[in-house]
Ligand binder design. Structure first.
Ligand code: RRO
Length: 313
């Protein structure tokens, strides 16, 4: 059974990665799970300088989901290189450095310093953080900024360049097209949806920042619709993200057009969720009599010739 796929010459051993922000820097769980059983690891978003993130409370459980307002807390790119990369280099899985920034120049600086580092196999550009004032959604909800950031970064790297998109826009496919036209090798669809939870006894928002990013099974149908929409609009691969808990969930994402998937919130419940999804995906393809998991990509059939979605595109 062929499980692998390739992005700009980099081979991923299977189609399941762990999503940024849900698996630390790839090293915390080294004694707990077999990280090498994953297709790849997306690191927590890295900025130029370390960031403390938002004040507590910054995580809330919601029906079938989780709201976060971490606010881009991270150790900064220099500490990542010194403290995390030596171990990551010993792994036999693809390491994707996720980059977030509050200016175009900061994106360029972080990518440039990582570009020269062995062990960083590719980049995922976060233009979709819902929880910071500068950068984040200001970039990701502006199509021309998405285009500019992608094209500036494209000029700086020959490694895979993946742009992670926000669902908090009217037509996500327009942003995927801008990323594709500017030279992205793939898009990650989707980052979290903006949400809010209220403590009715305190009459206050549960999160310190009032709103946060909603993830988990609650968003899976939304994510599937966004992946489907993007798949109608671009030729570059899509990494599907949003509430994937099981191999069957991953199959749904592949069938609507994702080339691969990222497991996020599920890792907080079971750190081995990503590995289990990868094994289950292979098992499903075998039972279906396939020779390549990739045969599931875009396999959804419909009698409807033009969906409501396509009529906008
Ligand atoms: O750190 C965060 O608050 C965060 C980020 Br960078 C992101 O991209 N998505 C999210 O839900 N939270």
């Amino acid at each position: 059974m062929k499980e692998s796929f390739t992005l700009r010459g980099v081979e991923f051993k299977n189609r399941v990665l762990v999503a940024s922000g849900t698996f630390g820097y790839g090293d915390e769980l080294r004694d707990v799970v077999d990280v090498n059983a994953l297709g790849g690891v997306c690191t927590k978003s890295l900025s130029w300088k370390p960031r403390d993130g938002n004040p507590p409370r910054r995580i809330v459980e919601t029906p079938s989901g989780m709201l976060n307002s971490i606010g881009l807390a991270n150790i900064g790119v220099h500490n990542f290189i010194q403290q995390k990369l030596p171990y990551l280099r010993t792994l036999d899985t693809v390491i994707i450095a996720n980059i977030a920034a509050s200016s175009v120049q900061e994106y360029c600086n972080v990518l440039t310093i990582l570009e020269g580092e062995e062990g960083v196999d590719g980049f995922e550009i976060n233009v979709s953080c819902p929880n910071v004032k500068e950068g984040g959604l200001n970039f990701g909800t502006n199509r021309e900024m998405t285009r500019e950031i992608t094209s500036k970064l494209r000029a700086l790297t020959q490694k895979p360049l993946i742009v992670k998109l926000t669902p908090n826009v009217t037509h996500i496919s327009e942003f995927a097209r801008a990323a594709e036209e500017a030279g992205a090798d793939a898009v990650s669809v989707i980052n979290t949806l903006i949400g809010l939870a209220v403590d009715i006894y305190a009459r206050k928002p549960k999160l310190s920042t009032i709103t946060g990013g909603l993830s988990g099974p609650a968003i899976k149908p939304v994510a599937l619709a966004k992946v489907y929409e993007v798949a109608q609009a671009v030729k570059i691969p899509i990494l599907g993200i949003g509430g994937i808990m099981t191999a069957e969930d991953a199959v749904e994402f592949l069938m609507v057009g994702a080339t691969a998937v990222q497991v996020g919130t599920a890792s907080f419940i079971d750190p081995a969720a990503g590995m289990k999804v990868a094994a289950g995906l292979k098992g499903f393809a075998e039972k279906q009599g396939l020779t390549d998991v990739g045969q599931l990509v875009g396999a959804m059939e419909s009698n409807v010739k033009v969906s409501i979605l396509q009529s906008w595109l």
